[in-house]
Each structure stands twice: as structure tokens, then as C-alpha cells.
Design a protein around this ligand. Sequence first.
Ligand code: URA
Length: 221
Amino acid sequence: MSASDADPLARFVRSVQAAGVQRMPRVDKPAAVAPLGGATLDALAATISACTQCKLSETRTHAVPGEGDPHADIVFVGEGPGADEDKSGRPFVGRAGKLLDDIITKGMKLRRQDVFICNVVKCRPPSNRVPEPDEVAACSPYLAQQLAQIRPKVVCALGATAIRRLIETDEPMGRLRGRVFEAYGFPVIPTYHPAYLLRNPAAKVAVWEDIQKVMELAAKS
Ligand code: URA
């Protein structure tokens, strides 16, 4: 029996895909996504690191499960690893990551390790292209499980790929930001991706508004 045969989450993902499911259903209560093998974040990270459920596994150097406080009040969800993240196995460590670090430390007055940072897809799309629908679908249970384990007070979706994965919408980010959505029973605030901010510094004003809303929700008991 291979290691992945023994892994309940890997078995679940295979069975869902074998049944032809392309998208995981949205659920209202986090408890509804909790019990896949009782996976802890560490067990999930090990499963993700060995995952071969989609073609991104063929070109990755390292999978990038995510990192941070397993009990974080705030989870940031990006699109997918870039070259620096693929090399290191850690999320948001390149130029966009430095900007996210500034948002967390200088803006929110938190430490990076106080939040949880992860991505929609856990392996780098070649040439940093946008992840394809089958890749997002294959990775979908991992993000659902991470949120179910962490049970954050608020999720901040960084960019269009993240918010589209979480609430299944085609609306442009300009129409989504400034609003609060819900996924898996958790409040979700969309904002511009840090890589967009690097190209469009004027959008920092909007991002700061969104981040203040994130902090407001995180401060609620
Ligand atoms: N961009 C992302 O969306 N995620 C990362 O981890 C790095 C850059």
C-alpha cells in the first residue's frame, strides 16, 4: 500500500474526483468541512507536499501548503506560489510577499506568525499563469480543510483568484472589494493582490480600507 493510499484526505480527494466532481460544494457551517480524516494542519501539509492530484505537481520544486498560527484569527489567501515560493516551500516570500509583510507588520501591527498565509493552489503554475479550473478544483479540499481547522474570525482574499475560489463569482475585484462575503461560515473580505499593488500603488488606499475592516472583524469576540 502506498503512503497516499493510507492517507484519508488523499483518498477522499481521489474519490471526489473519480465521481466527476469539479467543484467542492459551498457549505454554511465550518463543521461540515471538518471531519476529513480529522486532518491536522501538519497532516494536511504533509498530504499537500506529496500531492499529485493535478498537473502542477509535475513542474513544482516544492508544494507550498501555507504557514502561520494554526489558531489564527486572520487567514490571508493568495492565488498560488510564484518562483520564490516554489523554491522555498513558503508562501509570499517574494516581492509581493514583502508588501504583504508590510501590511501585516506596519499596517496591522501584527507579526507574520500571528496570521495564517496560504494560497488557492499549493503548487506554482508554470510561468506564474493564473491557475486553471481543474487545478483550482483539485486543490479546493485543501483550502477548505485549512479553514475548517483554523476556524478564523475573518478570511482576507488577496486578488480575483482567491475571492472567485471562495465565493464563486465572476465579478471584477473593483465591484467586490468594500463588501463582506461568507464562505464556509467565515466572513470573507476581498482586496487587491499585493502584486497588483506593486503595479498600481494608488490602490493602497483601498487596500488599507479593506484591511481596517479585516482588523475590525478580527477584534470581535
Ligand atoms: N502570490 C501569491 O498569490 N501567492 C504567493 O505565495 C506568492 C505570490
